[in-house]
Design a protein around this ligand. Structure first.
Ligand code: ATP
Length: 259
């Protein structure tokens, strides 16, 4: 099947999320196909985390629909939990639990009983084998992120939601996480991630959506976005030379600092 004809596995259609009188997401629509890494880009407060929260069922949308393989997430929350892995912005675990205990515990929450050998194999894949007996509090930032990703994917969900997965990581840890995300794609998984890094969007995302004030501003492959906005005067005004994805992002969302 040609790549663009792959059926979407995750569809967000006219999503609205409000917090009191504040509109966090305002009629947002996009879809993520199987075997695709899709990036949600937007300034602080644009509504990215609220969108992920609505997809994973942590909050009830005030309008619109989220479907996973055609099933409305509000109608089948258990099926969503089985099909979606979530890596939050700040994942933390009980500081005194060992890494092996954490993996066993969270796999158990998904109904998986992992024996010692299976836990060891998963830790090895994540580059954490030597840390199996360490308490969580002793892990480095990169190790914590790798553990969080391992836990999020313990039940091998076909869809991954990653909220700023590489923020605060050193280049080595970041590259390793990219490799792991790309491996999920190679296995046919779908990945929706948020990022403030245009480098990351360009390096790993097949398509991106720029959102601002809860609404879609532009979507396409990073190359398409640069190509179609290269001559936009707002983009030209902020470019320092050859137009980049960051120029398009700032040109379309403005220079104003957000809260
Ligand atoms: N629990 C909440 N109560 C009230 N307002 C909220 C809540 N969560 C988010 N908001 C508001 O909703 C809007 C969207 O926030 P959201 O966290 O979704 O943005 P974001 O794009 O993820 O931002 P960032 O890049 O800073 O993480 C913001 O104006 C934020 O202040």
């Amino acid at each position: 099947m040609p790549e663009d004809c792959r059926p979407p596995s995750l569809t967000v259609d006219g999503l609205v999320v409000r917090f009191g009188s504040r509109v966090a997401v305002s009629g947002l629509s996009f879809s993520v196909r199987r075997g695709e890494i899709f990036g949600l880009l937007g300034p602080n407060g644009a509504g990215k985390t609220s969108t992920l929260s609505a997809i994973e069922g942590l909050l009830t949308p005030d309008g619109g629909r989220v479907t996973i393989d055609g099933v409305d997430v509000r109608e089948a929350p258990l099926s969503v939990r089985a099909r979606v892995g979530v890596l939050l912005q700040a994942s933390s675990f009980q500081p005194e639990l060992t890494i092996a205990q954490i993996v066993r515990l969270f796999a158990g929450l998904h109904g998986l009983r992992l024996d010692r050998g299976q836990i060891r194999a998963r830790l090895r894949e994540a580059g954490l084998e030597r840390e199996a007996g360490k308490p969580f509090r002793k892990l480095s930032g990169g190790q914590q992120r790798r553990l969080a990703l391992l836990v999020a994917t313990a039940h091998e969900p076909p869809i991954l939601l990653l909220d700023e997965p590489t923020t605060g990581l050193d280049p080595q840890s970041r590259r390793q996480l990219w490799d792991r995300i790309e491996a999920r794609r190679a296995d046919g998984g779908s990945v929706l991630l948020t990022t403030h890094s245009m480098e990351e969007a360009q390096a790993v995302c097949d398509r991106v959506a720029i959102v601002d004030l809860g609404a879609l501003v532009a979507a396409g492959t990073p190359e398409e976005l640069v190509g179609s906005h290269r001559d936009d005067p707002r983009v030209r005004a902020v470019a320092h030379g050859e137009v980049t994805l960051e120029d398009v992002f700032i040109g379309l969302t403005g220079r104003m600092i957000r809260d």
